[in-house]
Design a protein around this ligand. Sequence first.
Ligand SMILES: [Zn+2]
Length: 192
Amino acid sequence: MGVFDLEAPRTYYTRPMSPPWSKPLDIDRLADGEADIDFAVPLAELPRLRSQLASVDGMVRGRVHFTRESGFIVADLTLSGAATLACQRCLQEMTEPVESSVRVALISAEADASAVPEHLEPVLASGGRITVGELVEEELLLALPIVPLHGQQSDCAFAVTEPAKGDAIQVTETPEQTTQKPFAQLDKLLKR
Ligand SMILES: [Zn+2]
């Protein structure tokens, strides 16, 4: 057995590095250093976003700057990109542009939220740690529509699709199904 035979399989055991946006950050240290972090986060890998939306894909990029204000650790988050979502009227893909700039107060307990000044958005960083992914996810949960829909009903796939022979009944049923969806989603949101 040659040297190459021994070395070749080792590549299989190389642990893939976790992406930088998934690493918990010490926010106290970052605020002291007034740190800037650039990021690129794939939306399909954010678990809370995935559980809220029927389908999500795409990428956002941006920068987070850490600092302090009125006794809070503050993160200035700027992000832009596009989310690929499933339209809840026709269930086909649609692209939702994302453009956000927000100033967040990182709190260590939910009880601290009431003390956060109004112009800051409280976000929980348990144990003084948060990942860039969590920060981005928090913002996207607010920015993205709970019930994504194509802008115009005429943009929807079924509006332009010729119904096959004998499918007339199914086509007329479609609007009825979609009107129920928003309530199902809203119900889910209220239970959170
Ligand atoms: Zn649609």
